[in-house]
Design a binder for this molecule. Structure first.
Ligand SMILES: [Fe+2]
Ligand SMILES: [Fe+2]
Length: 187
């Protein structure tokens, strides 16, 4: 069976700055709906948790926030262990701003958890207001992070052929990085 060669590193810098308005009509966009859909769910949950606290349903908000944070951990782990590593080596770009965004989210998450703990001790208006403030701070960092992440990674993902994306999607990161390294040595 013929071995598929890894793609050549693109030098088409214009592919890195594709305007958001052009994403949906890009032929490779359908393969990115999973990531975009996950981000949209995160935005909606960030609003819903605030609504629950304002409606004095902090225990329900806490359960939702906790399960959402578990999903966020899985999402961030995938990004840091595979997506960022691959794109960084594939295109020779730093993803450190996106990793720092995750750190900032963890700091705000700790503030939110303190707010939930205070509400659990005493369900007062003062504690609910403080919790809403923490949740809004988390939301602001989240929304900024998601926008930066989409603006950074989606044009890079769209620039891949469907074949490369499938290979990336199905492959383990170590083998993928070795393929890229071998390709660079060949060039
Ligand atoms: Fe992220
Ligand atoms: Fe993400």
């Amino acid at each position: 069976m013929q071995q598929k060669q890894p793609p050549r590193v693109s030098t088409a810098t214009s592919a890195f700055h594709l305007p958001r308005s052009e994403w949906p009509s890009h032929p490779n966009y359908p393969q990115q709906v999973l990531l975009m859909g996950a981000h949209q769910n995160f935005r909606e949950i960030s609003l819903h948790v605030v609504t629950l606290v304002k409606e004095q349903r902090a225990p329900r908000a806490k359960r939702l926030f906790s399960s959402w944070m578990m999903a966020m951990r899985g999402h961030e782990h995938y990004e840091e262990s595979k997506l960022f590593k691959y794109l960084s080596q594939r295109y020779g770009l730093s993803m450190s701003a996106l990793e720092e965004g995750h750190e900032e989210l963890h700091e705000k998450e700790a503030w939110v958890n303190d707010g939930f703990a205070a509400c659990a001790r005493e369900d007062s208006q003062e504690h609910r207001d403080a919790l809403v403030e923490a949740l809004l701070a988390y939301r602001d960092v989240l929304w900024a992070h998601l926008k930066l992440e989409e603006d950074t990674v989606i044009p890079l993902l769209l620039a891949m052929t469907p074949e490369e994306f499938q290979r990336y999607y199905n492959g383990d990161i170590q083998s993928l990085l070795e393929e890229l390294e071998a390709m660079k040595e060949e060039a």
